[in-house]
Ligand binder design. Structure first.
Ligand code: S3P
Length: 433
């Protein structure tokens, strides 16, 4: 386990191109694999998580040329062409473990085991197994509703309407993808809308994605899928660390180029602005059917506390921990509510964020469905444990830059899951992590 110390710095400045979007890279590889054509994916994210997805499709018989981070050419085998091996390792990748079964239930296979690391094995999988079984699939979890999963494919699937209890793009995507092999329409209703990358990509691939009020659906069996070549835009969730660092330290400014600004991902911007952050958006050309642009952030003195409401949570689900860091530097008490989902991410991100903040000398408290943090002049500093969670490791580094004594992060190597170049990027704008 590696420990990295983020020492305080005076100011950050410069221009960064953040890494490609993790969610879109997973989807591009999976949808390219089941396309009827050869798909060129430019700038797919090179990280541990996306490597797991690439390995998984190759293990299912899909030929892939090239390298993540540069360009890959995926020789799609069609929706019914995957031939899974007896076991697939999903590593730490929740998106892979929740989307791949939807593709496997449609192809002839018997007793395929999907497993992952300790963190993934703790995460709830009944949320995909139940709806897929209701459609007729043979997909089973371990007792307790967790991985390993066992899939036997080829049973007839029937479309139906699913009402999700929590907004989840992974569950919605899984159900819609299973719906491509079902008889009749498959509908998903979410309490609030979650990221829609799957819907955008399916539409680009020629699949009719339909809406009925708040429901989204696919209309039945899809004989052919034809994903066009695509470039992966920059990841808003990775940009978010620099946005927060910049709000605390950018002078004169930090520019983040080529960032995906999908409104169902970029909810953090609204919350930051009402706390008093200075973030400007320069809209650019869409990339892969996603709105993209440059974010410019300048240091803000005098941040004020805010309340993040339950309806805001889905559009900033992975950025909520960063509200803890902003809240630590804002006047008053900031609260996040309606975010119980954070308990079932790569770590229990409610407990983990509160422990991290208190470990840095910040006043923070757990709520059942969120957390509260009371701001001060500076973050004192201290030691935190990343708990195998990439986003927690990066949060510690950002907080350390703005702290009095620095922050030491145990288990910093977790950053490789989504952002292996994090330290190099931070250094390039003046941060010494
Ligand atoms: C993701 C959706 C979100 C998010 C995760 C990636 C995706 O999870 O937290 O990091 O790629 O669809 P949920 O769908 O479980 O909310």
């Amino acid at each position: 386990m590696s420990t990295v110390t983020a020492a305080p710095v005076g100011a950050l400045s410069g221009t960064l191109r953040v890494p490609p979007d993790k969610s879109i890279t997973h989807r591009a590889i999976l949808l390219a694999a089941i396309s009827d054509r050869t798909v060129r994916v430019t700038a797919p994210l090179d990280s541990a998580d996306t490597a797991a997805t690439l390995n998984a499709v190759e293990a299912c018989g899909v030929r892939v040329e090239g390298h993540l981070g540069d360009e890959i050419v995926v020789h799609g085998v069609g929706r019914l062409g995957l031939r899974p091996p007896p076991a697939i390792d999903c590593a730490n990748a929740g998106t892979l473990m929740r989307l791949l079964p939807a593709l496997l239930v449609g192809v002839p296979c018997d007793h395929v085991i999907l497993d992952g690391d300790d963190s993934l094995r703790r995460r709830p999988m009944s949320r995909i197994a139940r709806p897929l079984r209701a459609m007729g699939a043979a997909l089973f979890t371990a007792p307790g509703g967790t991985a390993p999963l066992v899939v036997s494919g080829g049973t007839p699937l029937k479309g139906m309407r699913h009402e999700l209890q929590v907004a989840s793009a992974q569950v919605k995507s899984c159900i819609l993808l299973a719906g491509l092999g079902a008889e009749g329409p498959t509908w998903v209703h979410e309490p609030t809308p979650s990221r829609d990358h799957t819907e955008r990509m399916l539409t680009a691939a020629g699949v009719g994605v339909v809406r009925d009020g708040d429901d989204v659906g696919v209309l039945g069996r899809c004989e052919s899928l034809s994903l066009p070549d695509l470039r992966v835009p920059g990841d808003f969730s990775s940009a978010a660390f620099h946005l927060v660092a910049g709000t605390l330290l950018a002078d004169p400014e930090v520019r983040l180029e080529g960032v995906n600004l999908n409104p169902l991902r970029a909810g953090l911007l609204d919350v930051m602005r009402r706390m008093g952050a200075d973030v400007t958006v320069e809209e650019g050309e869409p990339v892969a059917g996603e709105p993209c642009g440059t974010l410019i952030v300048r240091r803000s003195r005098g941040l004020t506390a805010t309340e993040v409401e339950p309806h805001e949570v889905a559009a900033m689900i992975d950025e909520l921990p960063l509200i803890g860091v902003l809240g630590a530097m804002a006047a008053g008490t900031t609260t996040v509510r309606g975010a119980a989902e954070l308990r079932v991410k790569e770590s229990d991100r409610i407990t983990a964020v509160v422990d991290a903040l208190t470990g840095m000398g910040v006043r923070a408290a757990e709520l059942e469905d969120g957390f509260s943090v009371t701001g001060g002049e500076r973050i004192p500093g201290g030691t935190i444990d990343a708990r195998g969670d990439h986003r927690l490791a990066m949060l510690g580094a950002i907080a350390g830059l703005a702290s009095v004594d620095g922050v030491a992060i145990d288990g910093f190597e977790a950053v490789a899951v989504s952002y292996p170049g994090f330290v190099a990027d931070l250094r390039s704008i003046g941060g010494v992590a």
